[in-house]
Unconditional design. Structure first.
Length: 140
């Protein structure tokens, strides 16, 4: 496994699944740039910490399963599945106690052994539907 791929795997295992937000300082560069916008979260390393604290407070048992991880030079792409139980407010939606499963894709640029950029897409519509914030089907 390439070092860049291993770095991303470590991020999933220790930061996201393990809840070790302080590990971000080791894995993410000080000049990190986040390209996936999230309301109220800054697009930098501190924002990454804020996001994962927020995610874990909303879904204490959050777990990301990397389904495919592909590395090409500085870029690592990962297709993942996120699962968790909604036990705290998320995206303005109060705790519902519901189990959720959503998929997404991360693309991370790694340079000098640290994550320097991230682009991501996840099924926000599906998540909001599973939380009961939006109807699962459009009215007819």
């Amino acid at each position: 496994m390439s070092q860049n791929k291993q770095l991303v795997q470590t991020f999933y295992e220790e930061v996201i699944n393990g809840g070790d937000v302080d590990k971000i300082d080791e894995l993410v560069s000080e000049d990190f740039v986040e390209h996936e916008e999230f309301p109220g979260i800054s697009p930098d390393r501190d924002g990454v910490k804020d996001f994962f604290r927020l995610l874990r407070s909303a879904f204490p048992d959050v777990h990301f399963t990397p389904e495919d991880v592909i590395s090409d030079g500085e870029l690592v792409a990962s297709r993942f599945t996120m699962t968790g139980t909604h036990e705290g407010e998320f995206m303005g939606v109060p705790s519902s106690g519901r189990q959720v499963t959503v998929s997404g894709i991360d693309i991370i640029r790694v340079r000098d052994g640290k994550c320097v950029e991230h682009w991501g897409q996840f099924d926000a519509l599906g998540l909001l539907q599973q939380l009961g914030a939006l109807a699962a089907e459009a009215p007819r």
